[in-house]
Design a protein around this ligand. Structure first.
Ligand code: CA
Length: 237
């Protein structure tokens, strides 16, 4: 092989035309791609091999993509998951993030957007796997019984254990290092997601909804993850 492998992807998608297009384009970018067209097929591939990332459609002939995602997370598997959801189904986004997905793209999507997100996520994964910077905060506590241990990834929300994805951990670390500072959505997309030049700031808001639901006493009136109108967010300990 004369080309460096960009990563091993499992693409779970039942629309044949889209699955083919994803396989073709990811392979052109140097990824090794396995396609599954239903949950059963996906589970079989996951039993037989390991992947760097899973692209997971939401609506599949034998169930929901988020069920597979939840199964993986419950089993302690943190393989990054980017899920594909239909436009006009905002509840699916929240459900997907709750199930432990790392990121999402809304159908119909521009192929380049998905390629960019997958590449950014794998880059982040490599940073996460690297040793933390000297002097980095390892345990972050705030509010009422909220505690995140970045080294072990153990987290408590109101004293109860919760499971966080790599992206959520990264986002929390970013806020923990910039307490009380105003942070723009653009800055978050660039520094946390690794998506320079991406203008899809709604992504950021959906992740903040999820963090508030986990850590705020009243998610509709946040004390910690505070919106700064027209700009972004500010973390208040
Ligand atoms: Ca589908």
């Amino acid at each position: 092989m004369n080309q460096t492998l960009a990563g091993r992807l499992l693409v779970v998608e039942d629309e044949e035309h889209l699955a083919f297009s994803l396989e073709f384009n990811f392979e052109a970018e140097g990824y090794a791609v396995t396609v599954a067209n239903c949950l059963r097929d996906a589970r079989r591939h996951l039993d037989e091999a390991s992947y760097d990332l899973i692209v997971l459609d939401m609506m599949l002939p034998d169930g929901l993509g988020i069920d597979l995602c939840r199964e993986l997370r419950v089993g302690g598997d943190h393989t990054p998951v980017v899920f594909l959801t239909a436009k006009g189904a905002p509840d699916d986004v929240v459900a997907g993030l709750d199930a432990g997905a790392d990121d999402y793209v809304t159908k119909p999507f521009a192929l380049q957007e998905l390629l960019t997100r997958v590449a950014a996520m794998l880059r982040r994964q490599r940073w996460n796997d690297a040793a933390p910077a000297a002097g980095a905060v390892e345990v972050f506590t705030f509010g009422d019984g909220n505690r995140v241990d970045f080294a072990t990834r153990e987290a408590l929300a109101h004293g109860e254990p919760v499971s966080l994805t790599d992206l959520e951990l990264r986002l929390l670390r970013f806020f923990s290092e910039r307490q009380s500072l105003v942070i723009s959505r653009q800055e978050l997309l660039e520094d946390v997601w690794g998506l320079a030049g991406d203008t899809n700031t709604r992504t950021v808001d959906n992740f903040l909804v999820r963090l508030r639901r986990l850590f705020e006493r009243d998610p509709s009136r946040p004390d910690h993850f505070v919106t700064v109108r027209g700009v972004g967010y500010r973390f208040v300990p």
